[in-house]
Design a protein around this ligand. Sequence first.
Ligand code: C2O
Length: 466
Amino acid sequence: MSQAKFPFTNSRRTFLRSVGGALLIPSVSQAICEPPGVPGSARPWRADCRPIRARRPASTLAAAEIQKLKDAYQAMRDLAVSDPSDPRGFTHQANIHCWFCSVTPTPVHGNWQFFAWHRAYLYFHERILGKLINDSEFRLPYWDWEISTHRQLPGAYSTPNNNSNPLWNGTRAMSPTDELPGEDVNEDVMEPVYSAANFGEFGGGAGYSGIPEGSPHGSVHVDVGGFAGDMGAFDTAGRDPIFYAHHANVDKIWSDWNKGASSHENPADPAFLNLSWSFYDENRIWRSIKASQLLNHETQLRYNYGLSRFREILPCILDWIIVRPPWKFDRPVIVEPRFRDQLVKALDNRRPVRLHINNPQIPLDKSAVYRVYADLESATADEGPKSPAFLGVIPLVLNTREKHHPTKAPQVVLNVSRRISALLHSTDGIQLAFVERPAKKDKAAGKAQLLTAREVYFSYGETIRE
Ligand code: C2O
């Protein structure tokens, strides 16, 4: 990897520090996780007057659009070399994520800052890219991995697959022909996301994450970055250009969820609306923007997305009925007849059934994807989705590989509609178990363990008319 293009090594940081006194913006130029600007001194963000343009799926970009995207990232990488103090350079852009994920007192993962902060980060990043190629119509593409034919890295990001491509990153665990595992991003994963009943389920609260922040968002990080690659931990993830296409899709999912139903509202709580973060804009002006200014991306931030697939995946709005038996999941659970009848009836009526696992006790010491099964034997055999006892996955992404900053387990809601009916009838009971999915198919599986959690319950959807 050429040091000129990827100036992340210690030697460069040391060099910058030694000349730091002469730099105009020393605080952004020294180390990866230093503050991106001076707190409190930002000018407020003002209305954006660019034309409204669509962000488009990365896999559908025409050759000329791919070239533009590459030119923009090349300019951003070049800037990091020609003027290391310029906060618009690629190194600084990547380091913003490092700072906000692991250093700020309330990091932007694991709580309701997740969607809003990443929207703001991408917005300023996109404006800078557009400015560097002098194109106010430039918009980031998104990697729509929920579409089954779009599970390889979008071609632009891996062709050519070497450092002549400014969208390439040499630390990925995925080759250009690898695909994201369906179990991480398919309809079983997306259904509980699009149908999340309220913002707490969708986007989390002040102290907990929403459903999609774990699965699918975290799984894609682990799949692309593995344990050692940049995408595999939050402090380094911004160094891979695919990060921004991944997060544009995460942002689209928020937009689609909002459009899905009138009850899919963002929090009205001033504690959310007044959240505020600062970024350098395309003119190197340090700006603060509030969550309330980010909610209408089309009129405020001047981009939109194509058609929402929400209605295709989930044709009706659902009201979720909770089935909460007094279960302990550290031993086999026989589903009592009254609960079983209720769930079987819901399944017979083709209602989606979901399994909620609050605060699952999974290892927090490495980035990994864990598979959840309905019994220990199946977890040990680890046959994945083809096992009738397979229930879904729980991803975990470290904030930093050095583990200086604690990570917590995500909120887990699994769509088990297609799997649960056999299990409900089993007299052996359900005994949740999990196993780490090996990074490569040829590696041995991890050791299966029983899964405990603070709380485990089911819910099923009833159609309501809006
Ligand atoms: Cu801030 Cu996908 O991470």
